[in-house]
Every structure is written in structure tokens, then in C-alpha cells.
Design a protein around this ligand. Structure first.
Ligand SMILES: [Fe+2]
Length: 493
């Protein structure tokens, strides 16, 4: 299926823009990450879930106002080889979804005896190559370097130019702290100066335990530690003052025992939906002298992958998030369903919702949930991070059933109005906002949106530059190759 098939790596090539690119983009780089394929027919072990596609990273470097240098590179070749051979070492690998033939603890008992399983899926064994892990949900250049992340406690550092996987590590390496739980958020949060990283670490077990922490200069500061139902949390919020986790409904059954038993995350999550069950929000002060006295708030049942932004109003957190009515989307992203029932996959829609935390409750301020207002992979103008913003951008389904995303949407949170970029046969990816550095700080629409879009007729992709004010294309950088359906990216100067 186009957008999922194996995409060959590409050495640097020069691409031409259809029209002049803004001067302020020159010297900058757009990084993208996502599955570069889901395996080949001869592989002895098969990927069954979209999220387990073999990561391929992409680099679009703006050389001048008319030229973009593009390259892409796989980052998990050693793992790919294990799938190809059906290696018994796969019994040590935890994937997101099930794989075929499944290789559970019980089925591979003999292998396990020969090669003891680590209790977690923290894959930092020295001596193993950096590309033995499949890490490719977010990619961002921060003070550590170019870092690829996923929801398990393992990161990959990539060369920012060649995209070569250089090393891998996890949070337990730092400061002797016990951050050895299996799960973290792909979407870490940073302080305004970019020097401090915030995340959580969840250790599954009989009594699942969360540690919320910050990391500055390689030093970990534990902010809070609490026991609560183990939940699949792909993102969370920070405001100027707080770190906020919402334990929405994607709970691991049996404390998470299903994860090591099945060697995947998905079959560890409770599929049954309880619309009466409240979501608990944990609000933790960033100041370690106050953080242990955290507060909790209760809100309605929902599921989410992505938070959007958060800020404080009258000292209380206001939280924007793309909410689903249930967590079926996790189970509907199986490749069989992608290939045979895209219309069914498109029934899973996320909508922009705002909660305000007050008096122990998470109150819904708005939820823009008309069907075509669906929005995923949300982004905003980064200048409005932790401030009240008006516009949210995201990928959008128009219910044509041809492919996953069919448009880019701009949602105006003040009026509820929507504006779309839609082009026949185009399936655009996440739209990243790059502000015009010369513009007024308050001008939320001053800048461009960058999105890599795949054309289903030509089988080729293009880097699109859009005007956020009109949602029209102002420049198109046509590629001679494709970028598969992907996840996230980032812009770096
Ligand atoms: Fe994500």
C-alpha cells in the first residue's frame, strides 16, 4: 500500500522550489520521522501495527531561497534484520502492536531460558548497535543533539547531517536515579530556554508507579512519585509553573502484565471502554520544594494521543488536547485495517477540546466536535507556547476513505471556524509552524506552515510551504521520491 511500502534510503539530492522560499528559512532544517516501511513479504516475522513500521528519518535542509537539500536514512537496520530472520532475539523486543508469528514469553520459553529477559523493555545493553531499536515518533534537535524518541524508555541520538544513528540511551543512565520504568512520553516538554526537559517515567507492575521529573545538564530532579493505574500516555502538558499529566482511558490491565507476556504494548491495554470513568489530572509544581504536594482534578472520560498547548488563567491550568470519545483508534491502526478498511479507520476522530482545572474538577470549556473539524498531529505557532493561542493546525480526514489524512485544517478557537488546505490525491503530514522572526510577536499568523505531502497518483512527495493566514500553498518543493505516512517532525535553525 502506497505510504506504507518499503521506501529506499536516499543520499543527499538537491530539490528546487517552485517559487522563492522566505529568506528566514534559509539555513534551517526540517526533520521528519516515521515508518519507512512495514517489512517485506519474505520476512519471517511480520509487523501487524502501523506504529511498528521501521523508522526512517528525513532531512530537508534549506540551502537558499530556491534550493532544498533532501536525504533520508533508516535508523533500525539491525532490528529489520531480526525481523527478516525471525531471530529468537525478537523474544526480547517489545513492539507497540502484536507481530506475526507472535513470540510470547510462553511460546519462546526455551529461548528465554537461554537468554534471560530483562524485566523492562529498556534496551541499552552495551555492545548492541544503536540501530537495534525502533525509535521514531518524534525527532527534535535539543541541547543533547538530534534526538529521536518513542513511548518506551529508550532514545536514539542521530547525526544531524547524515542521520546516522550514533547511540542510544535511557533516563536510568542519569544521576543514579531509578528511572528504569518501561514507559515515557514521546512528546517531552521543555522550559522556555530549552535547557530543561520534563517527562514522566512509568514502571508497570503490581502497583504501577509514575515518576515525574526534570532533566537539566544531565541532572535529574524528581518532582513527584505516585502510584496510580498504569496508562498509555503519549504526551502531557507543561505551563510556566506546572507539569500536568492526565490519566485518560488507556489503562494497562493487571498492572501491565500483558505487556511482557505478549511482548507488545497494545495487548496490555484494556480495550473495554467505560464512559462513566473519570479522567484524573495530576498537577505538579515545577518547583521541587512544592512539587510533592501535587493536586488532582477529575474530568470526563476521554482518550488522547496529543496535547496541544497549556497556559495559566487566574493561576489555574487551561489545557488544550485532541480528544477521542474512546480508545478504539489504538486497535484500529492495525495494518490489515489500514489496507482493507480505511473508511473504518477514519471513524476514529479527534477533536480540539479545552479543559480548565478549577476546584478539583477539569471543566470542559469547549469541544469543537463537528465531524469535519477533526484534527490530529496538532501544532501551534511556537511563540504561543504556554500562552493563550487562537489557532491550532493539524491533519484532517474528509471521510473520502482513500487514505488516512486528506487535508490540513486550521481551527480558530475563538470562533470555531475552520479553514482547510485540500488538494486532490494529496495526503499531507503534520504541519509545522515556523514564525517569521521579523514579525510582531503578537501576530499569530505571521510565518509559514511546512508539511510533507504524498501524492497518491504520482507516488511522490513534496515539501509544501503554506500561508497560515489563507491555508494556501505559497511554494512547493517537488521530490522525485516519497515520504511515507509519518508521525512528527521539527524545525531547527
Ligand atoms: Fe505523537
Amino acid at each position: 500500500m502506497l505510504g506504507l511500502d518499503t521506501n529506499p534510503d536516499c543520499a543527499p539530492v538537491l530539490l528546487k522550489s517552485s517559487t522563492e522560499l522566505p529568506e528566514y528559512l534559509v539555513g534551517g532544517t526540517l526533520y521528519r520521522t516515521g515508518p519507512g516501511g512495514v517489512g517485506d513479504s519474505a520476512d519471517k516475522m511480520k509487523i501487524k501495527h502501523f506504529f511498528d513500521g521501521f523508522t526512517q528519518n528525513h532531512r530537508f535542509h534549506i540551502k537558499d531561497t530556491s534550493t532544498v537539500e533532501y536525504a533520508c536514512r533508516s535508523s533500525c537496520n539491525a532490528l529489520k534484520q531480526m525481523y527478516k530472520e525471525g531471530s529468537p532475539d525478537m523474544a526480547r523486543v517489545t513492539s507497540f502492536g502484536p507481530r506475526d508469528p507472535c513470540q510470547t514469553y510462553f511460546q519462546k520459553f526455551m529461548s528465554v531460558v537461554k537468554m534471560p529477559l530483562s524485566e523492562s523493555n529498556v534496551k541499552t545493553d552495551d555492545g548492541l548497535p544503536a540501530d537495534i531499536v525502533n525509535v521514531g515518533v518524534t525527532i527534535k534537535r535539543d541541547i543533547t543533539g538530534l534526538v529521536a524518541r518513542t513511548d518506551s524508555n529508550v532514545f536514539q541520538i542521530l547525526d544531524p547531517v547524515t542521520l546516522e544513528p550514533l547511540t542510544k540511551y535511557n533516563y536510568s543512565k542519569f544521576s543514579g536515579q531509578s528511572l528504569d520504568g518501561q514507559l515515557t512520553a514521546s512528546h517531552v516538554e521543555f522550559s522556555a530556554d530549552g535547557k530543561t526537559e520534563y517527562n514522566y517515567n512509568l514502571k508497570l507492575g503490581k502497583m504501577p508507579e509514575y515518576v515525574v521529573f526534570s532533566k537539566t545538564d544531565g541532572h535529574i530532579t524528581e518532582l513527584a512519585r505516585f502510584q496510580a493505574p498504569g496508562t498509555y500516555l503519549h504526551s502531557f502538558w507543561t505551563t510556566d509553573k506546572y507539569v500536568v499529566l492526565a490519566l485518560w482511558q488507556a489503562e494497562f490491565w493487571g498492572g501491565g502484565i500483558g505487556v511482557p507476556l505478549n511482548k507488545n504494548v497494545l495487548q496490555g491495554i484494556t480495550q473495554e471502554w467505560n464512559s462513566e470513568r473519570e479522567t484524573v489530572f495530576y498537577v505538579i509544581d515545577k518547583d521541587p520544594s512544592k512539587s510533592r504536594d501535587f493536586k488532582t482534578y477529575k474530568g470526563p472520560a476521554f482518550f488522547a494521543f496529543h496535547t496541544i498547548n497549556a497556559f495559566e488563567q487566574d493561576g489555574e491550568p487551561v489545557l488544550d488536547v485532541c480528544t477521542y470519545d474512546n480508545n478504539r483508534v489504538l486497535f484500529d491502526f492495525m495494518l490489515d485495517k489500514f489496507k482493507n478498511d480505511m473508511a473504518g479507520v477514519q471513524k476514529n476522530k479527534a477533536f480540539v477540546t479545552r479543559f480548565k482545572l478549577h476546584d478539583g474538577l477539569a471543566q470542559t470549556v469547549f469541544c469543537y466536535d463537528t465531524p469535519l473539524a477533526n484534527l490530529e498531529l496538532p501544532t501551534i505557532n511556537p511563540r504561543f507556547q504556554n500562552k493563550e493561542h487562537r489557532y491550532v493546525y493539524g491533519v484532517n480526514m474528509q471521510d473520502k476513505g482513500q487514505f488516512l489524512f486528506e487535508a490540513i485544517i486550521r481551527m480558530d478557537l475563538k470562533t470555531g471556524e475552520t479553514l482547510y488546505f485540500i488538494e486532490e490525491d494529496e495526503t499531507p503530514g503534520e504541519a509545522l509552524f515556523v514564525p517569521d522572526p521579523e514579525s510582531d510577536e503578537d501576530d499569530e499568523l505571521a510565518g509559514v506552515l511546512l508539511s510533507v505531502s504524498l501524492n497518491l497518483k504520482t507516488g511522490k512527495s513534496a515539501l509544501l510551504v503554506l500561508d497560515p493566514a489563507t491555508m494556501t500553498v505559497t511554494a512547493r518543493v517537488q521530490m522525485d521520491s516519497k515520504v511515507n505516512y509519518g508521525f512528527h517532525g521539527s524545525w531547527a535553525m
